[in-house]
Design a protein around this ligand. Structure first.
Ligand SMILES: Nc1ncnc2c1ncn2[C@@H]1O[C@H](COP(=O)(O)OP(=O)(O)OP(=O)(O)O)[C@@H](O)[C@H]1O
Length: 354
């Protein structure tokens, strides 16, 4: 189904229109802002403006990628989806209903639908205990298996993530597994609760290059088999293109562009998306001539700002060769296109055709 070519990744074959098209999202961030108050010395406090008015919808059977450099707010949004924080403003909605961080049964019910897979599978598993213990715990807490069938359920989970022969893996300790195998166990543990949504926070970035594609293919297969809504967080736009039907691009806490994957790759509009593509050798090969060339040198294109004192307006303006006075004073409204692509950039005022 998916192929590896010359060590890089190519686009998936055109995905069919999902069965969930037109359905309401399973999980949704609506105009969410997150400011962290950080205490410094001498009783001083600083506000880190990590996320501003972000909206994102996750649908059944669909993979959405959230792409941006380190510190752009991707993990903050994933953690808001995982109810680890209460947003400063805006709402997280599960099937249209507002949800807030809770405890006990409320939290258990939520996490039986929404699971996270983290960057570091070693840290996310209990390293003192076997694969059996790690899986058993998840199945027990969520009442997904009884005393009689728990062993069978665990072997089934290992089969679903292709850790076979399953009996060879179930007694292993995390350090006896490769990084890719550990990530498969972490994914099996997430699947143990029968989730509807998986939030993958850079799930391949700590793995050997040789294992990355296998894990992406596993996620793609599980999305199909389990009809999951999947959020794939990455700073690598090539892997986003490989896996996701939709790409959303974030910069310094602001959502700058999004839409169907091939629209974003072939016709990037925001200068930051063009910078990301210019810095990524893989998809840039097929980007329209000149799309990335607004930057004289992508290697020397500056640094993201400090979010304790972010620039006014569009936070990308200090790095943007096309910035105007408007960019320095206010953040542009969203411009939507018939293709489903949208952008927040003063180069494309609402109503402009591209
Ligand atoms: N709990 C917190 N308290 C204070 N600041 C925070 C907290 N969590 C995140 N931040 C800050 O919010 C900003 C966004 O961080 P976040 O981790 O969401 O970015 P990211 O895009 O996921 O980056 P990375 O790819 O490095 O994980 C950063 O400036 C970060 O330092």
């Amino acid at each position: 189904m998916l192929s590896d070519t010359d060590g890089g990744v190519e686009a998936q074959a055109d995905a069919p229109e999902p069965a969930s098209a037109g359905e309401p999202p399973v999980l949704e961030a609506v105009d969410v802002t997150m400011h962290f108050t950080v205490r410094g010395g001498l009783g001083r406090t600083t506000t880190v403006k990590a996320l501003e008015h972000a909206s994102l919808r996750l649908r059944r059977g669909r993979i959405v990628a959230l792409v941006g450099e380190s510190g752009s707010g991707k993990t903050t949004l994933a953690r808001l989806f995982a109810l680890m924080y209460t947003p400063t403003s805006g709402e997280i909605r599960l099937r249209g209903e507002r949800v807030l961080p809770g405890r006990g049964r409320t939290a258990r019910e939520y996490y039986s639908e929404v699971q996270m897979v983290f960057q570091d599978p070693f840290a996310s598993l209990n390293s003192m205990h076997s694969v059996r213990h790690n899986l058993k715990r998840a199945l027990r807490i969520h009442g997904r298996a009884g005393r009689d069938d728990i062993e069978e359920r665990m072997l089934e989970l290992l089969e679903r993530v292709s850790l076979t022969p399953t009996k060879d893996f179930i007694g292993k300790l995390p350090h006896e597994l490769s990084g890719g195998q550990r990530q498969r166990v972490a994914i099996a543990r997430a699947l143990a609760v029968g989730p509807k949504v998986i939030l993958g926070d850079e799930p391949i970035s700590m793995l050997d290059v040789s294992m990355r594609l296998d894990i992406l293919n596993l996620l793609a297969r599980l999305r199909e088999e389990e009809d999951l809504a999947l959020l794939y967080i990455t700073h690598d736009i090539a892997s986003a293109r490989y896996l996701a039907e939709e790409i959303h691009v974030m910069y310094a806490g602001q959502m700058v562009e999004g839409g169907p994957t091939e629209e974003i790759i072939q016709n990037p509009q925001h200068p930051y998306t063009r910078l990301l593509l210019g810095a990524s050798p893989d998809p840039a090969r097929t980007v329209k001539a000149g799309a990335a060339s607004v930057f004289a040198d992508v290697e020397d294109s500056g640094e993201p700002p400090n979010l304790a004192a972010p620039p006014q307006g569009c936070r990308f303006h200090p790095r943007c060769p096309l910035a105007t006075d408007e960019c320095r004073t206010s953040f542009p409204a969203r411009t939507e296109h018939a293709t489903g692509q949208w952008v927040h950039c003063w180069l494309y005022p609402p109503g402009a055709s591209t």
